[in-house]
Design a protein around this ligand. Structure first.
Ligand code: ZN
Length: 292
């Protein structure tokens, strides 16, 4: 399982490196472009929970605690947080919870490779992209606060970020209009992550002499490209109790998953191609947003 994680990260890094070196991001200018490439090169990967954690030793007994000790619930939350937290940007580290690496959850030898890139590949790409989102791009590869961007570069970055913020502010969830949010870290990570995973998958596909028979699922007619996008959406499939949705829309720093999936797909030209969406439809708009 470690090998799959490391291998995927290496491939995704190579794709991100191509994007960050391409003409499309000339606006980053020097020395920012070099700084970002350096940060990417030094980014490491760790599987949390890959080694056994001694809960008692690290955090004390979960049920211990008194007036001068931390509440046990808080200890437990802190412990659980460790396993849910996927990107430590100050350490320039992508952390993947071991539970994500379970056999048959994200990947299996019997699954099409499209599924591995649409799940594990997308999650890793998303976490990697967090290092370059609206907050964490300010940290260099050693975790020091450093922003080398020129005023022009800042303008373009903010323009692209605002493009995403406007897209979400146009959406409704359960009849409620989504607020326009200043923080766009999740949306930037989604936008870059899905592009990284898809580009890395299509590179793999091109290396095969022909599309392998294993790139389909039994009794399903989807193409490999469609399976990739379906698996991204499937892995983000969640629901929120109806009476909690208004509070979620008001308080959450993330838009609801269904809105995130919708925006990711609408911004992916290759999604529209894979599903042959007509021009200027909801999922194939005339104008798309792209970070980097
Ligand atoms: Zn995230």
């Amino acid at each position: 399982m470690f090998a799959i994680g490391y291998h995927s990260l290496r491939e995704l890094k190579a794709t991100f490196q191509e994007i960050l070196s391409s003409d499309g991001v000339k606006w980053l200018k020097q020395p920012t472009q070099d700084d970002l490439l350096e940060k990417l090169k030094d980014m490491t990967f760790e599987i949390a929970g890959g080694k056994p954690t001694n809960f008692e030793e690290q955090y004390g007994g979960p049920l211990e605690g008194g007036s001068d000790a931390e509440f046990p619930e808080r200890k437990l939350l802190r412990w659980l947080h460790r396993f849910a937290f996927l990107c430590d940007d100050e350490a320039n580290l992508v952390v993947l919870p071991a539970m994500y690496m379970q056999h048959r959850y994200f990947w299996d030898d019997a699954y099409p490779t499209a599924l591995r890139y649409g799940t594990l590949g997308f999650f890793l790409g998303h976490e990697m992209a967090h290092g370059f989102d609206d907050l964490n791009r300010l940290y260099d590869n050693h975790g020091n606060l450093r922003d080398s961007r020129s005023p022009d570069t800042k303008l373009i970055f903010d323009h692209d970020k605002n493009c995403l913020a406007d897209q979400f502010a146009d959406l409704h969830y359960s009849g409620l209009k989504l607020p326009k949010m200043e923080a766009q870290g999740e949306n930037i990570a989604d936008n870059v992550g899905i592009r990284l995973a898809y580009a890395t998958y299509t590179k793999w596909l091109k290396l095969q002499s022909k599309v392998p028979d294993t790139e389909t699922l039994p009794n399903m007619s989807q193409t490999p490209q469609q399976l990739f996008y379906l698996s991204v959406a499937q892995s983000m499939c969640t629901d929120i109790l109806e009476d909690r949705r208004p509070a979620f829309v008001r308080n959450s720093v993330h838009p609801p998953n269904e809105s995130r999936v919708f925006v990711m797909m609408a911004n992916s030209k290759s999604f529209a191609e894979a599903f042959q969406c007509g021009n200027q439809t909801k999922l194939s708009p005339a104008h798309r947003c792209a970070m980097y």
